[in-house]
Structures are given as C-alpha cells and as structure tokens.
Design a protein around this ligand. Structure first.
Ligand code: PAF
Length: 284
C-alpha cells in the first residue's frame, strides 16, 4: 500500500492504472476506521483492481461548535488496517491541499440538504458533497463505496452523481453493527460506559417501529409514536428528530405504501447518534 498526500501524485498513479484498463474503487472516509469502513474496503477490493481509501477530516462539513477538533484520529492504526484489507492507495491530503488559499467553490444538492439532519446542521451536506465531488475528480473511480448508516449522505451523493453526470457507480453497503445492535460510528467513542449501555435502545426502537410499519402499513403516525415511546421508556436519550421519508427525495410520508426510510438522530451525553432502517426494501 502506498501513502499519498498530494493530489498530483494520486492523479498520476490513477492515470497509469486507467491506461491499463484497471477498475478503480474509491472509499472516502474521515479515518478512525471501524468494521463499517473495513466492510466498504473489502467490497471495493473484491470488485476492483485498484482501491483508493481517502482519509480526510473535512473541516467544511463541521459547523461552528461541532466536533471538528476532537473528532477521533489515529493515522497509524488506520494505515495498518487499510494495508491488511489490501488497499492500494491511502490518500490523506493536508487541509491546504484540498482547500488552498483562494478556494471558493461549493456543491449543494439543494432539495435534499436541508432535510432531516440538515435542519440542525446547516452547511453540513454542502461540505460533504463538495469534498466528495473533489475526491471523485481527483481519483476518477469506476465505483464509489458508501455506508447506509449515513442514509441522507448516501441519497445526496447519489443525486449529485446523477445530476452532474459523474461517470461513477455508487454502491451503498449495509450498516455494520455492534453485537448489541448499535450502529458502528467513530463518534461512539464519545459515549461513557453507561451511555454506551443505553445506546442500543435507539436501534431497538427503530426495529420495533419498522416491524409495525411493515406489518400494518397505513398511517405513519402510530409508527412514529411507537418509536418515540420505546425511546422514551429506554431513558437517557434526547430525540432530535425521527421521520419516515421516501428513499429518493427524502420527503416525509403520511402513509406507508412502498419503500421508505425511517431515520432519526438522538443526543446521548456528548454524542449525537444517527441511525436508520429501511421499510419495505433491502437497499437504499
Ligand atoms: O461519511 C464520512 O465519513 C464523510 O462524510 C465523507 C463521505 C468521507 C466525506 O467527508
């Protein structure tokens, strides 16, 4: 595995692979790898000749007062894990390489970025879309690998790729969970031992609501009520939002009639946790 920090160096490496008609896969990350990241790398290694994993804690997707400074980082461990998965290039650009002085451009997927998490994180999804657009331009992959845990991010990036005619296949992989159901996330390390023990109740509440939605269909209200009651009875978590939305436009639904996503965010101590379950479908 080669460590690359500069855009030109990665471009050069990728150009050579492209010339020999090799398939290229990109896994964009902010590092501090867990099994979720590793599952994306594994799939990318299976499906491509060359796999690029980017590690960049992107300042443009953090709002004021968010956790940019304290976001967990462990470059040495990340390097060892990526190497073990058979990754070819680990791209960790310095901030000035991605956003040099005079940088001015942003990508915004307008109709989607203000919904769900976007209501409390203005600018977040524009930061995500911008950095992923840049990474796609630098690396020109055949396939881009994303996790379903960040469902809104995945839907937004699929929309961006489609709207801007980017020639890349977007593969969304299932959420990887701890044994007790908690979705893996680098931010889980903000949880104290007591909070960590409470956290799986979030997913359990989503699962119970999903079961009701799929068995009964009809109005979404009892489904949302079920989720809220279960979450409240578990205690400790403050609900930021829960919504049942369409898979492509993330529009809130009144009735459950076809595929949908039940997505939510909660605060637990210093952590903000997000999670989602799919209703009447297997993949986003
Ligand atoms: O999901 C993430 O870790 C980030 O939002 C991403 C896609 C790497 C962009 O910075």
């Amino acid at each position: 595995m080669k460590n690359v920090r500069m855009i030109d160096e990665l471009r050069e490496a990728v150009r050579a692979s492209r010339a020999s008609e090799e398939r290229i896969g990109l896994v964009p990350t902010m590092g501090f790898f867990h099994e979720g990241h590793l599952s994306l790398m594994r799939r990318a290694v299976e499906e491509n000749d060359i796999v690029v994993v980017s590690v960049f804690v992107n300042p443009r997707q953090f709002g004021p007062g968010e956790d940019f400074e304290r976001y967990p980082r462990d470059p040495e461990r990340d390097e060892a894990l990526a190497k073990r998965e058979g990754v070819h290039y680990l791209f960790s650009p310095p901030e000035e390489e991605m956003y040099p002085g005079g940088y001015m451009t942003a990508v915004e997927v307008k109709g989607l970025s203000g919904k769900l998490c976007g209501k409390t994180r203005p600018g977040h999804f524009s930061g995500v879309a911008t950095v992923v657009a840049k990474l796609l331009n630098v690396c020109s992959p055949d396939s881009l690998y994303l996790g379903q845990k960040d469902a809104q991010q995945a839907v937004i990036l699929k929309r961006m790729v489609n709207d801007l005619n980017m020639d890349v296949h977007v593969e969304i992989m299932p959420t990887v969970r701890e044994e007790d159901g908690l979705a893996m996330s680098s931010r889980n390390r903000y949880l104290s031992p007591d909070e960590r023990a409470q956290a799986p109740a979030f997913y359990r509440a989503l699962l119970e609501a999903k079961q009701l939605a799929e068995e009964k269909g009809g109005s979404v209200l009892p489904v949302l009520e079920k989720f809220k009651n279960r979450l409240a009875s578990a205690g400790g978590m403050e609900l930021e939002y829960v919504e049942l939305v369409s898979c492509d436009k993330l529009e809130p639904l009144d009735r459950i009639e076809g595929p949908a996503v039940l997505a939510g965010a909660v605060r637990l101590g210093k952590a903000r946790l997000i999670d989602n379950v799919l209703i009447n479908c297997e993949r986003l």
